[in-house]
Design a protein around this ligand. Structure first.
Ligand SMILES: CC(C)=CCNc1ncnc2c1ncn2[C@@H]1O[C@H](COP(=O)(O)O)[C@@H](O)[C@H]1O
Ligand SMILES: [Zn+2]
Length: 358
């Protein structure tokens, strides 16, 4: 479509200058081509080509192919030094794109390769170290972290991840704020994770769960919404009754006012949504339901948050002031404290007249 073609071109400066909140970014999906180039140069033996780690202009992949891409990326980020560099680069790139508050998420990974190997605890510590370093370097962005549970790895691993998250929740000075449930939606069942997720929530961790990324997850989503309600929903592509969901699900989401983390480029390139104009942002936004624009993975999906804003604005014909409200409203749904929310609102309110020349 014309909008899609436009999006592959230059983004005008307007949405880059917009202060933005990014709440759905997987670390290993967010690696830029520059950073990927550095990683490939460090590991020439792997013979990895850049074209296999990102979906470029106009290209599409099946969900299966996308999850194959993550395997390749994980091969090239298998040491703590890689994770450290990736995290720092990703944070600086989000800051350069005008993101003022970022929640990164990543799956604690154990690797036996290399000299020392990497434990899940070391993996998380490395990310937290990189976040701290960026703060010390005065990078203009507030960064928090969610531990991801990969649904492929089953309930025992999920329990371990919750334990690790609870531990870091208490020791990370407010950096670790929650948990994510993600991974291949065709694998595993949500019911295996409900117990662990309830425990996590009782310990004070906030939950952001990938729900209904594919049509066959109706029963799972119902079960999770009845037993948990998470604080935020990732994608929720097939919650709507026209798309394999049901009015009952829509009503549950509306009743609990659960915001949706929406990733337009990711969904179209991953082909769960046929075209930008058919993205479910349209129907939820019309309902007045809280919609948060996110990248999912600015690396693999070759986008950034400014592009996602411009895309939504052009596809759904939204004014700068409506876009401003979307950005401002996202502050309500961050997992950091009310104090941080107030600080961010003040920043936004100070920037608004500058942007609109009011
Ligand atoms: C088309 C497509 C696959 C879109 C992305 N939709 C996703 N759905 C579920 N889990 C995901 C998705 N993207 C990334 N992830 C999770 O994030 C991981 C990569 O980031 P990390 O290693 O956790 O730092 C993947 O292995 C996967 O577990
Ligand atoms: Zn995701």
């Amino acid at each position: 479509t014309a909008a899609a073609e436009m999006m592959d071109g230059e983004v005008d400066g307007f949405y880059r200058a917009f202060p933005k909140v990014e709440l759905h970014a997987h670390l290993n999906s967010s690696i830029s081509s520059v950073t990927m180039g550095k990683l490939i140069a460090k590991k020439p033996d792997l013979g990895i080509e850049q074209t296999r780690t990102m979906i470029n202009k106009g290209q599409k992949r099946t969900l299966e192919e996308c999850f194959e891409m993550f395997k390749i990326i994980h091969q090239i980020t298998d040491r703590t030094e890689d994770i450290y560099m990736v995290t720092k680069d990703v944070i600086k790139e989000f800051a350069a794109d005008g993101v003022k508050y970022l929640e990164l998420r990543s799956t604690p990974r154990e690797e036996k390769t290399g000299f020392i190997g990497m434990t899940k605890r070391a993996y998380v510590e490395t990310i937290l170290e990189a976040i701290k370093q960026c703060k010390q370097d005065n990078v203009d962005i507030d960064v928090r972290f969610l531990l991801s549970i990969d649904r492929r790895s089953g309930s025992t691993v999920a329990k371990e991840t919750v334990k690790l998250a609870e531990e870091f929740f208490l020791s990370s000075d407010g950096i670790v704020v929650g948990l994510d449930l993600s991974g291949d939606p065709t694998v595993g069942h949500g019911k295996d994770f409900i117990g662990s997720l309830q425990e996590a929530r009782n310990a004070g961790l906030k939950l952001a769960l990938h729900l209904s990324e594919i049509p066959s997850q109706h029963e799972e989503t119902t079960l999770i919404l009845m037993n948990l309600p998470p604080a935020r929903i990732g994608h929720g592509t097939f919650i709507h009754p026209d798309l394999g969901g049901s009015q009952e699900l829509v009503d549950l989401v509306k009743l609990h006012q659960i915001p949706l983390e929406l990733c337009m480029t990711s969904n179209v390139k991953g082909q769960t949504v046929p075209s930008y104009d058919k993205h479910h942002f349209g129907s939820w936004y019309s309902l007045g339901h809280p919609c948060i624009l996110c990248t999912d993975g600015k690396g693999v999906f070759a986008t950034d948050l400014s592009q996602e804003y411009q895309l939504a604005a052009s596809v759904f014909n939204l004014s700068p002031s409506q876009m401003w409200d979307i950005s401002y409203q996202a502050i309500d749904y961050i997992f950091a404290s009310d104090d941080i929310k107030s600080k961010l609102r003040r920043r936004w309110n100070n920037l608004r007249p500058v942007l609109y020349h009011l």
